[in-house]
Design a protein. Structure first.
Ligand code: WTA
Length: 663
């Protein structure tokens, strides 16, 4: 994190690092996919040769002759004269190789229903779905919005869209009608695939009504022609004649004959919206050949995947990039067997995850620090009731993992021996960029440590100079990489401005980082106005604009305050309109929390909303969020001399301390 002066401080959660390192055991190292350290310098010497070698492990319908075109930075083209079908690489290729009988997905529904899909069965289902989508008018170049629970049809839908050369835009099922609509409009999607609902926390969480609400906005005008509805919960849903179709009724008309066509490597594969520093979410565009190359390479090497014997489980929802890259494309491209679980870890009780690991013999487990901290809070006696001895590799993603959680994860879930790969990456990077390799790296709890082979990432000062070991600065990627974001959908200029204007042709990630004495990378959190709540990215500006849309709110400032479980938590400060009658200071907090959840989605609901009469501003009118963040964390308020009115912060800070003291 940078403070007002642009200096870097250490991440509060990494304070309990005791300096211990954990080298791979001789046994693990001997069997590891990558156990020759020369891979790093060989890849660094000729990254294009390294990536070409990785790409050639995929099936190309037309081989590429050119690896990288970087003549028009920052618009990279990887393998551009090659052609491939992404879905066929995840499906037909494995069936043709004789592993059609291998389980692709062990699906576990939250109520306890299960379903197993082999690669042959998944291929068959995707082919049928591709035929169905074709007759609904989907073809190469189109966009399809997907608003689904965590069920096999979500994966089938994504692969069917990809198989046709169209692009999907998956919208996390927790987003509101407004958020869904904004994403549908931005991508001009003509088809929405949804479900009647999904199971979450023992209840049906309805999805179709949100789609209806989204499509009814703007007077019902918009790009969407058809809505395809998967039946999951058999809850009552309204079907609009001529627009809405049941998946299970439509699909009966289609057989499993479908020949996949090759598409150019740079054909769009998906758009995924993520929060930026301004209110409007960014449509991150990923394309086909380079993306699939890097997700499959990292999935194989970082997790040491042995597709014949491993049972892999990534707990991420498919609505986020981790679900795209490490539930759908990486594992399926590698022919892995994986668990897909629909629900939450505490349903019906906190033993659920561990019982799933025991039941399927999960060997590789990938989750987020916030979940690990939540399990820690419940206590180790819960996982200790289960046989977790199948686990051999653990992964972490989404935010820095504090060493205490790291050690708990290794001891309690990994029997004190499983290597933990702390993987740093972003929606924009598409795939893992910085992570230990489990057969090579002596692990340091709390650090993502090493840029992957073929990746040139480092830490630079504000002026773009590489910092020496032992110093902090900003994380950058110095060379293009295969799975990099290609642009922000419909907004090339914003793409340039956001990532490529700070240091020229170098990618600016938006994260602060520090190099330790050995040159290992420690992530320090975002340096922009993006918060990380339970591993989900939220923009302060987006929540502020949702708040000021409320008729009673005159002004709002939002900060991400450090939180022991969720990493950061949303804390809002609002000034109410003086003439309004709808809200009083007392009912403002619950009403505004609800308002934000309805506007954006439950993940954005503030932990606290404080009604204040003034916000701390500089003389030029800029809100000093840093001071509000300190106040929200109950810290001493730093230098307030640049404030136009220094009394404001004293009042706010006294109030906050009182609140925190009372908790
Ligand atoms: C943060 C999630 C520290 C970081 C894959 C990044 C991390 C943002 C780590 C991207 C990690 C992700 N250590 N910080 N291992 N992994 N982050 O786009 O701030 O949802 O910029 O992608 O999460 O979040 P996104």
């Amino acid at each position: 994190m940078t403070d007002q002066n642009g200096t870097i401080e250490s991440h509060p959660l990494t304070g309990d690092d005791d300096g211990a390192t954990y080298a791979p055991s001789a046994e693990f190292r001997a069997q590891a996919n990558v156990n020759d350290p020369s891979v790093y310098w060989r890849a660094a010497e000729d990254p294009e040769a390294y990536w070409a070698d990785q790409a050639s492990k995929l099936k190309w319908t037309k081989p590429f002759t050119e690896v990288l075109d970087w003549t028009n930075p920052p618009f990279a083209k990887w393998f551009q004269d090659g052609e491939l079908n992404v879905a066929a690489n995840c499906l037909d290729r494995h069936v043709a190789a004789g592993i059609g009988d291998r389980v692709a997905i062990h699906f576990e529904g939250e109520p306890g229903d299960t379903r197993t899909l082999t690669y042959a069965e998944l291929t068959h289902e995707v082919k049928r779905a591709a035929n169905m989508l074709t007759s609904l008018g989907v073809s190469a170049g189109d966009r399809v919005a997907i608003y689904m629970p965590m069920i096999p049809e979500t994966i089938i839908a994504m692969l069917a869209v990809a198989r046709l050369g169209a692009a999907h835009s998956v919208v996390f099922g927790g987003f509101s009608a407004e958020s869904l609509r904004a994403r549908i409009d931005d991508a001009a999607a003509e088809l929405v695939i949804t479900a009647d609902g999904g199971y979450r926390k023992g209840r049906v969480s309805a999805l179709k009504p949100t789609v209806d609400d989204a499509l009814a906005l703007n007077g019902g005008e918009g790009s969407v022609q058809k809505v395809l509805v998967v039946q999951r919960c058999e809850n009552d849903v309204e079907m609009q004649e001529g627009r809405d179709l049941w998946w299970h009724e439509e699909i009966t008309a289609y057989d499993g004959e479908h020949t996949a066509q090759g598409f150019p490597a740079e054909n769009p594969l998906f758009i995924l919206y993520t929060s930026g520093t301004t209110g409007k979410p960014k449509g991150i565009l990923h394309t086909s050949g380079g993306y699939l190359t890097q997700v499959s390479t990292t999935h194989r090497d970082v997790f040491d995947l042995k597709p014949e014997t491993d049972v892999y489980w990534c707990t991420a929802d498919i609505g986020w990039v981790t679900g795209h890259s490490y539930v759908v494309y990486g594992p399926l491209a590698n022919g892995a067997t994986q668990v897909v679980y629909e629900g939450t870890p505490e349903t019906p009780d906190w033993g659920r995850w561990w019982s799933i690991i025991q039941k399927y013999g999960v060997t590789i487990f990938y989750t987020a620090p916030t979940a690990i901290r939540a399990c820690m809070k419940i206590g180790r006696q819960v996982p200790e009731q289960y046989d977790l001895s199948s686990i051999r590799v653990l992964g972490s993603v989404g935010e820095p993992i504090n060493p205490e959680a790291w050690r708990w994860y290794r001891e309690v879930v990994g029997a004190g021996t499983a290597p933990i790969v702390d993987t740093w990456w972003q929606t924009e990077t598409g795939a893992i960029m910085i992570s230990p390799l489990p057969g090579l790296t002596a692990l340091k709890p709390g650090s993502a440590q090493v840029p992957q082979p073929g990746i040139a990432a480092t830490v630079v000062s504000e002026s773009g100079e590489p910092v020496p070991n032992g110093q902090g600065g900003l994380l950058v990627v110095q060379r293009p990489w295969p799975s990099m974001v290609r642009t922000i959908w419909g907004d090339d200029q914003r793409f340039i401005d956001t990532y490529w204007s700070k240091f020229g042709d170098v990618y600016f990630a938006g994260d602060g980082a520090r190099l330790d004495e050995d040159g290992d990378v420690w992530l320090l959190g975002r340096v922009d106005d993006v918060m990380n709540v339970s591993g989900h990215r939220l923009s302060t500006a987006e929540i502020e604009s949702a708040l000021v849309e409320h008729t009673s709110v005159a002004e709002a400032a939002v900060v991400g305050a450090d939180d022991a479980t969720t990493g950061q938590a949303v804390v809002a400060f609002v000034i109410l309109k003086s003439q309004q009658t709808q809200l009083t200071a007392d009912d403002a907090e619950p009403a505004l929390k609800k308002h934000v959840a309805a506007q954006i989605g439950a993940i954005a609901r503030p932990r606290q909303v404080f009604v204040v009469t003034e916000l701390p501003k500089t003389r030029s009118g800029k809100i000093m969020r840093r001071l509000l963040k300190d106040a929200a964390e109950g810290k001493e308020i730093g230098d307030t001399t640049t404030l136009a009115d220094t009394a404001v912060m004293q009042t706010i800070s006294a109030r906050m301390r009182e609140e925190l003291g009372n908790k």
